[in-house]
Ligand binder design. Structure first.
Ligand code: HEC
Ligand code: HEC
Length: 328
C-alpha cells in the first residue's frame, strides 16, 4: 500500500517537474530571500549624472589624493635623488649578500645583452653587430666616480640612446642592480696597494693579461683576413649606418649628441682642454677607436670606443667622412 502510494506520488512529482520547466517568462522577480543590497539605485561606470554641473557620474579624486601605498615620499629610494635634487651618493638600502645576488640575477637578465656580463660594453648586441649604439664600459673613471643615484636614474629613466627600464624592473631590484654594477666595477679595479693585502701574484696576472691581449689581436687579425679587406667610401657609409653613428652625428650640419660630420675633414677642432687640433685622418681614427682621448669642446664624453672595428673598416669610415666634407 505504502509503496504504491509512494510510486504514484513520485510519478506526479516528475510530471510536475517537467511541465513546470517550459522556459516561460515570469512576470515577477525571482525569489531572493537575502537582499544583501543587491538591488539599489546606483550609477554605472561612465554613466551620466545630471546632479553634477559637469554631468559626470564618476568623480575626480580630491586634489592631492594618493592611492594607498603610492605616496613615494622617499625621494632617495624612489628617484635616487636627495632633498637638494642632487643624486644620492650611496644606495639607500642595506646591501647584503642575497641582495647582491638578486642584483646579479636582474643584471644578467636585463643588462647583459648590451653591457656584457663583466660590464665592458661587449654584450651580444655589440659582438653580434646588430647596429645598436655601443654601450660604454663601466670601467672608466667617469662611471666609477658617478653617484649610486646616477646609475639608479640611468636604469629608471634611461639615458640618451639607452631605453628606460622602470616598467620591467621594480625599485628595489634597480638598487640591487646598482649594487651589482658597483661589484663589477670593483672586480676590475682594485688599487695596487690594496691588492698587496691579498695573496695574489700580480706579475703572473699581468703576464696572463698580456697574453690574452695578444691572442685577441691575433684573432682579430685572422678574422679580418690579414688586411685584404676592401677600403672605400661606399663601404664606409654602410659601416657608418650599421654602427649607429648617425644616432649621435648628423651629416647635414645640424647638432646632435655629438658634433655634425658635415665638413669634418681638415677642420680645426676646439677641444675641451683648451687646445686645438686639425681633424686629419689620424685625429678621425683616434676619435673612433679611442674617443675619450680628445674631447670636442661643448660635448659630453659619451661616445663609446668602437674598438671592434678592423683597420680597414675604420679607414672606410674616414673615406666616407671625407665625401661629406668640402676639404677632401
Ligand atoms: C638595449 C641595450 C641596453 C640595455 C639592455 C641596457 N643598456 Fe645601459 N646603455 C646602453 C647604451 C647604448 C648606452 C649609451 C647611451 C648613449 O650614450 O647614448 C648605455 C649607457 C649606460 C650607462 C652609462 C651612462 C653614461 O653616463 O654614459 C649605464 C650606467 C648603464 N647604461 C647601465 C645599464 C644597466 C644597469 C642596465 C640594466 C638594467 C642597462 N644599462 C641596460 C644600452 C643598454
Ligand atoms: C652615443 C653617441 C655617439 C655615437 C653612437 C657615435 N659618436 Fe662620435 N662622438 C660623440 C660625441 C658626444 C662626440 C664629441 C665628444 C668627444 O670628442 O668625444 C663624438 C666625437 C666624434 C668625432 C670627433 C668629432 C669632431 O667634431 O671633432 C668623430 C670623428 C666621431 N665621433 C666619429 C664617430 C663615428 C664614425 C661613429 C660610428 C662608428 C660615432 N662617432 C658614433 C657621440 C657619439
Amino acid at each position: 500500500m505504502t509503496s504504491r502510494f509512494f510510486k504514484s506520488s513520485l510519478l506526479v512529482a516528475i510530471t510536475l517537474l517537467f511541465i513546470s520547466c517550459r522556459g516561460e517568462k515570469f512576470d515577477h522577480q525571482p525569489v531572493h530571500p537575502n537582499m544583501n543590497m543587491d538591488q539599489q539605485e546606483r550609477f554605472e561606470a561612465q554613466e551620466q549624472n545630471r546632479f553634477f554641473a559637469d554631468g559626470r557620474g564618476m568623480r575626480m579624486p580630491v586634489e592631492g589624493t594618493v592611492a594607498r601605498g603610492n605616496l613615494r615620499e622617499d625621494k632617495a629610494f624612489y628617484q635616487g635623488i636627495s632633498e637638494d635634487s642632487s643624486f644620492v651618493d650611496e644606495i639607500p638600502v642595506t646591501v647584503n649578500r642575497s641582495f647582491l645576488q638578486r642584483g646579479q640575477k636582474q643584471y644578467e637578465t636585463y643588462c647583459t645583452p648590451c653591457h656584457g656580463s663583466t660590464g665592458d660594453g661587449q654584450g651580444i648586441i655589440m659582438v653580434g653587430r646588430y647596429g645598436y649604439v655601443p654601450a660604454p664600459s663601466y670601467h672608466i673613471d667617469r662611471l666609477r666616480n658617478s653617484e649610486d643615484g646616477y646609475i639608479y636614474s640611468t636604469i629608471a629613466n634611461g639615458i640618451r640612446n639607452m631605453p628606460a627600464y622602470a616598467h620591467q624592473i621594480d625599485v628595489e631590484d634597480r638598487w640591487a642592480i646598482v649594487a651589482y654594477v658597483r661589484a663589477l666595477q670593483r672586480s676590475q679595479y682594485v688599487p695596487e696597494n690594496e691588492m698587496q693585502q691579498y695573496d695574489v701574484d700580480l706579475a703572473a696576472l699581468d703576464q696572463q693579461y698580456q697574453q690574452a691581449q695578444e691572442e685577441e689581436m691575433a684573432r682579430q687579425e685572422a678574422q679580418s683576413g690579414g688586411g685584404g679587406e676592401e677600403i672605400s667610401a661606399a663601404r664606409g657609409e654602410q659601416i657608418y649606418m650599421q654602427n649607429a653613428c648617425q644616432t649621435c652625428h648628423s651629416q647635414d650640419g645640424s647638432d646632435g649628441i655629438g658634433p655634425t660630420h658635415l665638413n669634418i675633414f681638415e677642420r680645426t677642432r676646439q677641444l675641451a682642454d683648451g687646445s686645438t687640433v686639425t681633424a686629419d685622418e689620424e685625429y678621425l681614427r683616434e676619435s673612433i677607436v679611442n674617443p675619450n682621448a680628445k674631447i670636442v669642446e661643448g660635448y659630453d664624453p659619451v661616445m663609446a670606443p668602437y674598438s671592434y672595428l678592423s683597420d680597414a673598416e675604420v679607414q672606410s669610415l674616414i673615406e666616407y667622412m671625407k665625401t661629406i666634407s668640402d676639404n677632401q
